[in-house]
Each structure stands twice: as C-alpha cells, then as structure tokens.
Design a binder for this molecule. Sequence first.
Ligand code: GDP
Ligand code: IMO
Ligand code: MG
Length: 427
Amino acid sequence: MGNLIILGSQWGDEGKGKLVDLLADQFDFIVRFQGGNNAGHTILIGDRKFVLKLIPSGILRPGKIAVIGNGLVIDPVALFAEIDQLSAAGVDAQARLRISSRAHILVPAHRAMEKRLAIGTTLRGIGPCYEDKAGRRGIRVADLIDSEHFVEHFDALAREHEATFKAFEIERDYDLDEVRAQYLELGARIKPMVCETALLLNRAIRDGKTVLFEGAQATMLDLDHGTYPFVTSSSASAGGACTGSGVAPTLIDGILGVAKAYITRVGGGPFPTEMLGAEGEEIRRRGNEFGSVTGRPRRCGWFDAPLLRYTAAINNFDSLVITKLDVLDHLDRIPVCTEYREGARVLSEMPAVCSTLGGIDPVYECLPGWQTDTSQVKTWDGLPPAARAYVDFLEKQCDVEVGCISMGPERNQTIIKPGSNFQRLTS
Ligand code: GDP
Ligand code: IMO
Ligand code: MG
C-alpha cells in the first residue's frame, strides 16, 4: 500500500466520494488538495447520507486524519457549518481535521463578484477567491488566525473589492463590520486545527504512513486541461495533487480515475454526447442526477471515449473505476462515443478549443444492454455477460484497465477485479 490519488475523469460527480470512503480505511491520511465547497461528495452508509463539500470524505472513517491542503479555498462559515453537521451526526471532525496555514480564505465579496460570471458556476465564490490568490492579495489561513494583523489584511482586501464593486456596479449584500467580527471569531476557532500540512504529510510518509488524495471536480473542469473557460479555477488533475498538498510526484504510487458508465455535466459548456430528449431524462431520474451542492439537474450523456482517452493521457491512470453501471440496467442498447468527426476529419481525443466542440459530431458504436438488475451482483463473473462486454469495451476504448465497478451507492455495491492494478494498489 502506498500513496494514491483519486481523480474525476469526466466533468465531476463520478462518485469520487463513494470510492474515497470505500478505500479510506486502509490509509492514515485523506487529503483534499484543490477546490472548495463547490465540491459535493455524497456518501451513503446504511441509511445515513453525508454530503461533504470542504472536508475530505475520509473523515467518516474513525481514527483517520483528514487534511485540507494548501491548494484549497476555504469559506470558514461553510467549514464550520460542515463541522457542526458532522458533530451532530456523531463524527468528531474537529479532532481529526488538519488545515493548511497556506490555504486561502474566501470572503462574502467573492460570492458577490461571481454573479457577473455567467457560465453556470456554483456561486460559492470559488473563482474570485482564486483570482485574489493569483493576484497575490488574498488572505490565507495563517492571516485569519493572526488576530493581531488579521484586520489589516481583511481591510486591505475589502478596499480592493470595494473598487471592483464600484467599477462593475456590484451591490454589497453583507455588512462588512459584521463579517470582520465573524471572521475574527472563526479565526480563533479554526486555530487549533491549523498547521503546516505539507510538512505533516511529508514527515508521515517518511515514517511509513500512507496518504489518499481525494480529488474534487475533475480533469475536464481543470483550469488548464479542461473545457476552458467552462471550468473551475483550480488544478483538478494529477499534478494538482502535488502542488495542492506539498507532496512531491515521486512519492505518489498510483493514480485512479473515476468515470461514470455514462457521463454528466453541471453548468454551461460544450458536451458532445449530451442526450437532450427523454433518454437523458430517464438517465437523470434513474441516476438521481441532481447537483449535490446546488440541486441543479445534471446534463446527461453517453460515455465519451475520446474524452476519457484525453483525461487518461493527462493523468496516466493506473486503473479506472466505472461507477453507476446499475443506472444503465434498463437499456436494450447502449451507445458509446468512440471518436468525433469534424467534417471529414476524425478526432480521437477531445480537442482544446471549445468553439470546435460545437461543430463536432460524436460517432457512436451501439452495444447490447443486459436488462438485468446488477445492483446486488458481488463478483465480476456474476455480472451479466453483456454488462461485462460493455465494461471490457470501455476498457479497450480508453486503453486503461477497468479495475473496479460500482453498481450502487453503498460500500458493498462494488466489484474489484481480481489481479487488477486496482487490487494491487489498494490492498
Ligand atoms: P462525487 O462528487 O464524484 O463524489 O460524486 P457525487 O457524490 O456528487 O455524485 C455521485 C452520486 O452517485 C452520489 O449520490 C452517490 O451516492 C451515487 N453513487 C455513487 N456510485 C454509485 C453507483 O455505482 N450507482 C448508483 N446508482 N449511485 C452511485
Ligand atoms: P465534485 O467534486 C460537478 C462545475 C460548475 C460549473 C463549473 C465552475 O462534486 O465533482 P465553480 O463554482 O467551480 O467555479 O464552477 O464547474 N463544478 C462541478 N460540477 N461536480 C463538481 O464537484 C463541481 N464543482 C464545480 O457546475 O460548471
Ligand atoms: Mg459531486
């Protein structure tokens, strides 16, 4: 067992939370390395449902240390709402959470400024907070807990924001004095959890401990590698796990990609295999495809192999986890996009330019469905032959091993393929 990264390989909501929860038991630390409370990782344990936004899903495993790395942007109000919710459910989050002093702090002005950006974001202020980070005027956790100098930092940033508000006629929908006082209070509350998480992790690894890196969003939402500008503002692919945690690439032992057996996207942006009619609605209903953060209906589409080949190349996945296979149980035929056509040109991977994506046609190959309930199947051999053929086809198309298949939200609705890289890396 080594240090593993789990990443979304589509446009998010692939079921990363379920997988992290499943594997967390075998690791000492579970680390989030990018994003903020735009993420929504849903975990079902028996009749209990948890939706984690900022806190790593590993917090649900007793005794595990959950780390919020330097790459995140933290809304402290949202953080404590989540901690309180977990405490009410009997999870001692505060005792097992470590927060990087270098992570950035999100303020209400970031949410107010985001209203100008009309690409269907989660409106949590994520983009504007990362803008301040890149602009080198942001407030970090270290500043928040420094009660002597916090007001200075806070007021300097507020002055910058006021200028932006004036220029773009943005209305301030909060009281600055109240926010300042509230943040001072939250600074004192967060302090016991704050440390140099990069050093904590590196020392732990040196001492033989293991780390599971929990990706949020996904490679197609990655600021550099995704469908820009319809992306989030952080590095949601493999490299981000290192920059966002301070753990070097040479210490990573494996990278797992999570993909739905179909694909979804929330918010605006190109989507070559989108199902616009009744078929899409049926998948949305069966897969309960509604955003875990905003409740928005997720757009649904057929499995897109060129997109997966692209994200597999970016991340060099050791193994793919195919989730929500059960959602396709009812179909008598299942289209899979194998390439794109742009006029006479064939594209075998997702191209970089969004405008191009509007003019490309997905080419489908139709596979027979299995029309059998797979949700209770416990072994690879127990799956209907057509379901195995479907997974084998995805594996071949993506040129990455499929080592794990999920047919339901519960921990025990998971099949691990014997002899796979997945099994080797997780046991
Ligand atoms: P994440 O953001 O990648 O963690 O994914 P979300 O939690 O936003 O969305 C995935 C949803 O699908 C959650 O409600 C999970 O409980 C659920 N889920 C995960 N795996 C499966 C599966 O194999 N089958 C079904 N039916 N639901 C699943
Ligand atoms: P998890 O971790 C799905 C999408 C938003 C929007 C774009 C930018 O649960 O997979 P942002 O608020 O980040 O600036 O929005 O990214 N988005 C997600 N879509 N799952 C997520 O997270 C997402 N986080 C952001 O819908 O299109
Ligand atoms: Mg989600």
